[in-house]
Design a protein around this ligand. Structure first.
Ligand code: PAP
Length: 313
């Protein structure tokens, strides 16, 4: 499927919803996709190399943070921390999103960003929609998950920024939480996205590494060491002694990244201000927004879907 006509025909055959009253989403491969043309271009053309590293996530689960950490782990020999490109660039600029930056314009993809080797790339696509070459090559995938309530709140507040028409008001949170529970939001359903990668991480531990936002917050040092080992750049005893891990954690902290000029005033995506990627970065902020009844509703869905998976979110 290549031509615009083919994609148009596909769209007309798929279930459709309008996200935030404005953005068409299509139920494609069991996932509500808001960038279908780019997804298909990326599925058709992207060729992963065995050395590539892909950061996968559902939006608002810690993608930006993980990109900063991984970039630092990977490039620590090239740049001293005090001269890190993270002090001048937003993490999404350093680790581009596959479907929404590289294939943003399907007819004119930004292939120059793929010339670096090994490549660090991000994706919000669910496992089942990844380009075949990602699934079948030896490239590695790191998946970051977050508890669904903080994920929803982070996403809700982010989209309120984004909603130029202001047709969605903050008091519509209950309605939008309902959509979240039904899986009808960009890259939803939440539970299917998470469980798709979770299962792969159990079956192919050498290929898919699963990390939780909450574990990164609770003990970043332990998680960073695991990440570095997974991507084949373990910290040496000397580096540990010289506090390299602590320096990376500090550099990538939300407070430090918020101070960076590019994160205060720049844009990587034309329609998103970089500062929107950095809000609180806390665990449990959802208690300030969601009622116990709302939480109960989604917990039931999660309990059913995750039963027997060994995964607690
Ligand atoms: P994306 O998927 O659109 O790239 P993503 O980075 O996954 O977004 O999520 C943004 C969340 O990560 C925000 O959470 P909040 O709304 O609950 O605050 C953001 O604040 C948080 N975040 C961004 N950078 C960091 C960081 N360095 N440390 C901790 N949390 C962070």
């Amino acid at each position: 499927m290549n031509t615009k006509d083919d994609i148009q025909q596909l769209k007309s055959s798929l279930p459709k919803e309008l996200w935030f009253n404005s953005y068409p989403m299509y139920l494609y491969q069991n996932c509500w996709n808001i960038i279908l043309d780019s997804t298909i271009a990326c599925q058709n053309h992207f060729q992963a190399q065995d050395t590539d590293i892909i950061i996968a996530s559902i939006p608002k689960t810690g993608t930006t943070w993980l990109k900063a950490l991984l970039f630092s782990i990977f490039n620590r020999k090239n740049h001293p921390i005090s001269e890190s490109p993270l002090l001048k660039h937003n993490p999404h600029e350093l680790i581009p999103q596959l479907e929404s930056i590289i294939y943003e314009k399907p007819e004119n993809p930004n292939l120059s960003l793929l010339e670096i080797c090994p490549k660090l790339l991000g994706t919000h696509l669910p496992f089942q929609s990844l380009p075949t070459s990602i699934k079948h090559s030896n490239c590695k995938i790191i998946y970051v998950s977050r508890n669904p309530f903080d994920t929803f709140i982070s996403s809700w507040l982010f989209y309120l920024n984004y909603d130029e028409n202001e047709s969605v008001k903050s008091d519509m949170i209950e309605e939008y939480f309902g959509k979240f529970c039904e899986g009808k939001f960009p890259f939803g359903p939440f539970e299917d996205h998470v469980i798709g990668y979770w299962k792969e991480s159990l079956e192919r531990a050498e290929k898919v590494f699963f990390v939780k936002f909450e574990d990164l917050k609770a003990d970043p040092k332990v998680e960073l060491k695991k990440l570095a080992e997974f991507v084949g750049c373990p910290f040496s005893v000397d580096e540990e002694r010289e506090n390299v891990i602590d320096e990376i954690i500090k550099l990538c902290s939300i407070d430090k990244l918020k101070e960076v000029e590019a994160n205060k005033s720049g844009r990587v995506y034309s329609f998103i201000e970089n500062k929107w990627f950095f809000r609180k970065g806390e665990v449990g902020d959802w208690v300030n927004y969601l009622s116990p009844l709302m939480v109960e509703r989604f917990k039931k869905i999660m309990d059913e879907k995750f039963a027997g998976s060994g995964l607690e979110i």
